[in-house]
Design a protein around this ligand. Structure first.
Ligand SMILES: Cc1ncc(COP(=O)(O)O)c(C=O)c1O
Length: 460
């Protein structure tokens, strides 16, 4: 195999960034080459030669600019963005408030390490998270770099507080790719296969998945609690961790009453209830947090993704007495709560609170649900449309057997991407297309993206 030519300098072969960054990009789907075009293909060839094979990619382009509801590639194609970098750029890419906050901070100082020389923005992010997360009890927060790191720390904190070790996670759950979070994650391929052994004292309970189990929330909770009670034992159980709406698992919305029954059981048994809101947080579901929409108050909540407009930041927020269980020095890390990420988070949280984004998520959700439900009415391969706010999924099945249809799902997604619409798949069975548009997308662009999807489905 011949190696691709090495560029004289790392950036020599890259096109200049678009002068129209962020929300000023023309809001249109525009295809000027096949996907991938030649410049994108050149980068993908270099990626194959230089980047570890385990780091995959979904959309075969070289991104050079993004904003509003589009991602622009190096060949001049403009793709409709229905993924927001996996629910991260909820405000829209390169949002002006984020850009201004980051530019100001980066010129001031880039790092001191909060554990060495504390700074104000970290504390302000903690104060904001303590204020906006569910419940009006006294709360504290700690900041980290990624969703998986937040989950790891939530489990550490729960163990320290309860003096117990076991953790229960759920079927279809996804919590990350580090060793403990792989153990918490349900799906083997691609997340876990060959990467064991996994962390011990992790147990799995059945999720409420109304489309597939047909159970009421109360019955699904009874089934899960029986396993926690009989197979783990409350005396051994430090924490239950659950995504209020499962993300990678297929945007599974539990039946009403399921989550509240789990919370009640945890509270009665000195078990810390952790809501993993890494994907569902920050206006995404038409509420500031999905827990709000289910009327539950978690003991601890993990956040990341949408928190800082694309900069790496994550948090654990929760009851002060639980968060304070750790000795000094037991939590933290070199970069956790980096000042640039904190500046971005303060700008992002300000926008989530004041720019009508919760309302906008609900509006986008209504458009998605109405359109997908209409498609479902004429095509029984679309088995279920579900989700909340701007976190909506379409589950594809064999209409006769109800079995998951991963091949159909993959070919629709591939067709959409080839026609300039970024869609992501998910689900334990790989048969779900998930819609996570940036909340800055226009109705028209979202509608056009769904037109492309409908046409792809009818051709497949
Ligand atoms: C619910 C949930 N938890 C944890 C994670 C892991 O986050 P990260 O990829 O930032 O480590 C994810 C990522 O998709 C997630 O959706």
């Amino acid at each position: 195999m011949t190696s691709p030519a090495v560029p004289a300098s790392g950036t020599d072969t890259l096109p200049a960034p678009s002068p129209l960054g962020g929300p000023n990009l023309p809001q249109e789907r525009r295809l000027v080459t096949a996907i991938p075009g030649p410049r994108s293909q050149e980068l993908l060839d270099r990626k194959a030669a230089a980047v570890a094979a385990g780091v995959g990619h979904t959309v075969p382009i070289q991104a050079v600019a993004a904003g509003g509801g589009v991602v622009v590639d190096a060949d001049g194609n403009s793709l409709i963005d229905l993924g927001a970098g996996i629910a991260v750029t909820s405000l829209g890419n390169a949002h002006p408030k984020i850009v201004a906050a980051v530019q100001a901070q980066v010129a001031q100082f880039t790092h001191t390490c909060f554990m060495i020389s504390p700074y104000e923005s970290y504390v302000a992010v903690a104060e904001a998270l303590n204020r906006i997360t569910p419940g009006d009890h006294e709360k504290k927060s700690a900041l980290f770099n990624s969703g998986a790191e937040a989950v790891e720390n939530a489990v550490k904190i729960a163990r320290k507080y309860t003096g117990k070790q076991a953790v229960v996670a759920f079927d279809h759950g996804y919590h990350g790719r580090t060793n403990l979070t792989m153990a918490l994650t349900a799906k083997s391929m691609p997340y876990k296969s060959g990467f064991g052994p996994f962390a011990s004292e992790v147990y799995r309970a059945p999720m409420s998945y109304p489309f597939r189990d047909g159970l009421s929330g109360a019955d699904a909770a009874k089934r899960a609690i029986s396993i926690m009670d009989k197979q783990v034992g409350a005396d051994n159980l430090a924490a239950v961790i659950i995504e209020p709406i499962q993300g990678e698992g297929g945007f599974i919305v539990p039946a009403d009453g399921f989550l509240s029954a789990l919370v009640d059981w945890c509270r009665a048994n000195n078990v810390v209830f952790i809501a993993d809101e890494v994907q569902t947080g920050f206006a995404r579901t038409g509420a500031m947090f999905a827990s709000d929409g289910f009327d539950i108050v978690p003991d601890l909540i993990t956040t990341a993704k949408g928190i800082a407009g694309g900069l790496p930041l994550a948090a654990v927020t929760g009851r002060a007495e639980i968060m304070d269980a750790s000795h000094a020095g037991g939590l933290g890390g070199t970069y956790g709560g980096n000042p640039i990420a904190c500046a971005a988070a303060l700008a992002a949280i300000d926008a989530f609170e004041h720019d009508g984004l919760i309302q906008r998520a609900s509006e986008l959700g209504a458009i998605l649900t109405e359109r997908l439900t209409a498609i479902q009415a004429s095509d029984p391969r679309l088995g279920e449309v579900r989700g909340r706010g701007a976190m909506i999924a379409a589950e594809f099945v064999d209409p006769v057997t109800g079995e998951p249809d991963a091949a159909l799902t993959a070919s629709i997604a591939k067709a959409c991407i080839g026609e300039g619409v970024i869609v992501l798949t998910c689900g334990t069975y790989g048969n779900v297309i998930r819609f996570l548009p940036p909340l800055s997308i226009s109705d028209d662009l979202l509608g056009e993206g769904l037109d492309v999807l409908a046409a792809a489905l009818s051709r497949t």
